[in-house]
Design a protein around this ligand. Structure first.
Ligand SMILES: Nc1ncnc2c1ncn2[C@@H]1O[C@H](COP(=O)(O)OP(=O)(O)OP(=O)(O)O)[C@@H](O)[C@H]1O
Ligand SMILES: Cc1ncsc1CCO
Ligand SMILES: [Mg+2]
Length: 268
């Protein structure tokens, strides 16, 4: 797994894949910048008039329901159907699933009518998708009685796709194999959108690597390792603002060697 991933940093920067993202208004700019930082090219296009056409130009598609509206939902379905037809991987981020009926039912509807390559969410969002209780607090993870690894495995089986459950420890599963990634820093949960950005990073790797289990592990571990490095770089007078800038710095500076040294991945 590790050898498979470290080579991908150069490949993204050589191939510069286009990543189509239909995402939320809170973190859209950060998702675009993180895509550029890892070496890919972002485009945000949510209108039903152009979403399918744009998806077919891209090498991966992100669908993120963070600030969903009905028109955007239409664009998402059109884009994802086009992507499915053309073999373009679709990464679904079910932001806030479990908080409101609209979010839960929209996420379920998306997963019913399209085939995702990856689902990436926090524990209570993904737990909701496999029939667990509604414990999501707005867009933040609420308490869940089972481990991230169990949630990821069950969701991967249910939806027949790779699933990433993020949190203190991230779990990545294809239903058969489940990996735990013990990277990250608590500051990552104190700035908004590190989950959304992780989903964008996963799309960048999925655009160049057909082994989606590796792509998903690559994207989520990159966020964790960059978060650790950003936190370690802070002086006493620097806080969350500087952390966010440094996070972007370390994502853009990350290479195969740094990743190899930092990644803490083990099979469950
Ligand atoms: N307590 C923690 N310790 C270490 N890393 C963490 C912790 N909580 C979250 N992370 C990391 O933060 C990143 C985002 O995960 P999180 O589960 O918070 O996503 P999310 O809830 O979808 O975020 P958002 O909705 O704000 O985008 C991941 O890289 C994860 O590993
Ligand atoms: C805070 C927030 N609200 C809707 S989307 C979003 C960004 C993190 O998911
Ligand atoms: Mg989220």
């Amino acid at each position: 797994m590790k050898r498979n991933i470290s080579k991908l940093f150069n490949i993204i920067r050589e191939e510069r894949p286009l990543i189509h993202q239909i995402t939320n208004q809170v973190t859209m700019n950060d998702c675009a910048n993180v895509t550029l930082a890892v070496g890919a090219i972002p485009v945000m296009a949510s209108s039903p008039e152009e979403a399918a056409e744009m998806a077919m130009l891209a090498k991966a598609l992100v669908i993120n329901i963070g600030t969903l509206r009905s028109e955007t939902f239409e664009g998402m379905i059109a884009a994802a159907k086009a992507a499915n037809k053309s073999g373009i991987p679709v990464i679904v981020d079910p932001v806030g699933a479990g908080a409101t009926c609209y979010r839960t039912s929209s996420a379920m509807e998306i997963l019913k009518v399209i085939r995702p390559a990856v689902i990436r969410g926090n524990a209570s969002e993904v737990n909701q998708l496999i029939g667990g209780a509604s414990t999501t607090i707005g867009v933040d993870a609420g308490r869940v009685p089972i481990s991230n690894a169990e949630i990821a495995k069950k969701a991967a089986e249910t939806y027949e796709c790779i699933t990433v459950v993020s949190g203190k420890e991230d779990a990545v599963s294809d239903g058969n194999r489940t990996y735990l990634i013990r990277n990250g820093h608590s500051m990552l949960s104190k700035i908004t959108g590190t989950g959304c950005m992780s989903s964008a990073l996963i799309a960048c790797f999925a655009a160049v690597e057909k082994n989606i289990l590796s792509s998903a592990a690559a994207g989520i571990s990159l966020m964790g390792i960059a978060g650790e490095m950003a936190a370690a770089s802070l002086s006493k007078s620097e806080g969350l603002g500087t952390f966010k800038v440094r996070l972007m710095d370390f994502i853009s500076l990350m290479n195969d060697e740094m990743w190899d040294k930092g990644a803490k991945i083990s099979e469950v």
